[in-house]
Design a protein around this ligand. Structure first.
Ligand SMILES: Nc1ncnc2c1ncn2[C@@H]1O[C@H](COP(=O)(O)OP(=O)(O)OP(=O)(O)O)[C@@H](O)[C@H]1O
Ligand SMILES: O=c1ccn([C@@H]2O[C@H](COP(=O)(O)O)[C@@H](O)[C@H]2O)c(=O)[nH]1
Ligand SMILES: [Mg+2]
Length: 239
């Protein structure tokens, strides 16, 4: 069932990105709130009781997506699904796809959409939560289309953490979490992949009026002050 919710555009100002050719549009994402996840039962499509609110959290490697997601969870109670973390969990559990995922991550390339979307789907379907932060996905147009086809829903909001390359490289090299892809060689590929494959996704959502660009330089708390009003307005709108 489709349902229209009043536009939130008056809560937000436009934002722009040094990466993006066009100005990001205002939030009118609530218009797509209604698509919902559908589950198949005995050949019949049965909508889930409540439609999830989905935020995609995008940005280059080391732009601070994970760091800000933790703050959003603490303040606004979303469920954080990091696609990279789910893939690393597959590697750690020695699953059938583990070796392929490890090689792909080491090379800084993109795991096949079907694998990542299946992991996200499993988490979303088994969660009691109805509001998700999907961090680091979709990374390609193919990822995006697969998510929409398999999950049957579009994001309501897309955040883009816009950070200069030299700052991202510095952060990743200082991260010190033992990640196999936190080395100069892999970072170079990850940055190229981001520019070639992920920026088109960001542009797509900008054109759809769903994109919020956050200037991701400065102290973590200062950056969160750009994020906070977006989620405050969402809370007010659904209350
Ligand atoms: N505003 C900031 N200033 C300085 N360092 C930061 C800032 N935000 C995050 N960091 C640090 O930079 C590193 C990368 O941050 P984070 O892991 O959040 O990025 P990410 O976008 O999730 O990266 P990836 O895509 O590689 O997972 C971490 O060590 C984090 O503590
Ligand atoms: O949707 C995704 C997300 C991640 N990957 C691969 O994992 C690494 C690390 O991801 P982070 O978000 O930086 O933790 C990424 O470079 C890709 O190799 C992916 O393929 N698809
Ligand atoms: Mg991360």
């Amino acid at each position: 069932m489709w349902r229209r919710v009043a536009s939130l555009s008056s809560f937000f100002s436009s934002s722009s990105s040094s990466f993006l050719p066009q100005t990001a549009s205002r939030l009118n994402a609530w218009e797509s709130l209604t698509t919902g996840i559908a589950q198949q039962a005995n050949g019949v499509i049965v909508p889930k009781e409540k439609t999830p609110f989905i935020t995609f959290v995008l940005g280059g490697p080391g732009s601070g997506k994970g760091t800000q997601c933790i703050k959003i969870v603490e303040t606004f109670g979303f469920t954080h699904l990091s696609a990279g973390d789910l893939l690393r969990r597959e590697i750690a559990s020695n699953s059938a796809d583990g070796a392929m995922i490890l090689n792909t991550i080491k090379e800084g390339k993109i795991v096949p959409s079907q694998v990542t979307v299946k992991l996200l789907q499993k988490e979303m379907e088994s969660s009691d939560s109805n509001k998700f932060l999907i961090d680091g996905f979709p990374r390609t147009e193919e990822n995006r289309v697969s998510f929409e086809r398999i999950i049957g829903v579009e994001p309501n909001v897309v955040l883009f953490f816009d950070c200069p390359e030299e700052e991202m490289v510095k952060r990743v090299l200082n991260r010190n979490q033992g990640r196999v892809d936190d080395n100069l060689e892999t970072i170079k590929t990850r940055l190229k992949v981001f520019e070639a494959l992920s920026l088109p996704v960001i542009n797509y959502y900008s054109q759809r009026g769903k994109l919020y660009t956050i200037k991701a330089v400065g102290a973590e708390d200062e950056i969160f002050e750009q994020v906070r009003p977006i989620f405050t307005a969402i809370e007010q709108a659904v209350a």
